[in-house]
Unconditional design. Structure first.
Length: 296
């Protein structure tokens, strides 16, 4: 009986493929990996020959992923993630200690559990202490040296930090909630120092819409719960508009609120070696799940 013939995937080819997708083209991907555009094209061709499938559609001026390419991207990310975590686990087996992480509250439900699970599996001797809170409180804790790194909103460029995600602010209300245009708009809000609140009030004043804050909570989850109960309208990050809440737009008479920036602070601290890997895991969790259309 003949043995089973296996085809082994080349990590270098998979990494080239994923980098082309993330960078938005062959030239940009080559710059990231220290390779020429031609070298990147050769790697992709080798990968396609190995799989006997075409992963990029080159029939148009702007090459995009084929159906097989989209399927491969999901597998490639998982394979590279496992490869990298395995290598890190054995190359840096002595990484240990405590990391104090501060996290903006609205980031927690969508991303944090997955990030912490992956990190603790790769570094079981590193204990992570998490503090969840509002922006101002996190900055105060970071200034006092109570946190090693913080993931929170950057309201002004002068605050520093490294931006890892941009997200739109949205007006949101319960699906069945219908505000009366003739009455003051009821609002569910965070405290006055929060930019969600200040930006919302400024937007309403710019169109001459009257308002009244009927519910104030120290937590984003509290604001979401109040809006879900139909007490009023809330200003929330787009990723938090779920669970029975619907976004309200200009068609409903609500002005645009612009974007907010999520940034990482504290990377230059004394414990940078220990925090750098966690920061990379966080950045990976924020990567868009849908592959972008590529520009060559």
């Amino acid at each position: 009986m003949k043995g089973v013939r296996y085809t082994d995937l080349d990590m270098e080819l998979l990494r080239a493929f994923v980098t082309v997708v993330d960078a938005g083209g062959f030239t940009a991907a080559g710059a990231r990996l220290g390779r020429t555009q031609a070298a990147m094209s050769i790697r992709i061709k080798r990968l396609e020959d190995l799989l006997e499938r075409q992963v990029f559609d080159r029939s148009s001026r702007s090459p995009a992923l084929t159906r097989d390419g989209e399927l491969l991207l999901s597998y490639a990310r998982q394979i590279l993630k496992l490869n990298d975590e395995t290598v890190q686990r054995f190359i840096e087996p002595d990484n240990e200690g405590e990391l104090r992480l501060g996290v903006a509250e609205y980031f927690v439900p969508q991303h944090l559990p997955v990030v912490l699970s992956r990190f603790t599996q790769a570094y079981p001797r590193v204990h992570i202490q998490v503090k969840v809170g509002l922006n101002d409180n996190l900055f105060e804790s970071l200034d006092r040296g109570e946190l090693d790194v913080a993931i929170c909103r950057r309201d002004h460029p002068r605050q520093g930090g490294r931006v890892v995600r941009r997200e739109r602010l949205r007006w949101a209300a319960a699906q069945w909630f219908r505000p009366d245009a003739a009455s003051a708009l009821p609002l569910c809000s965070l405290p006055p120092s929060c930019i969600f609140r200040s930006r919302g009030l400024a937007a309403l004043e710019s169109i001459g819409r009257s308002w009244r804050v009927i519910y104030t909570s120290e937590s984003v989850m509290g604001v979401i719960a109040a809006a879900q109960a139909g007490l009023g309208v809330a200003v929330l990050p787009e990723s938090s508009v779920s669970g029975g809440l619907v976004p309200l737009s200009s068609e409903d008479g609500f002005p645009d609120l612009g974007e907010i920036e999520l940034a990482i602070f504290g990377e230059s601290g004394e414990r940078k070696r220990l925090t750098s890997t966690l920061v990379r895991y966080i950045e990976e969790s924020l990567r868009p799940s849908e592959p972008p259309r590529l520009v060559g």
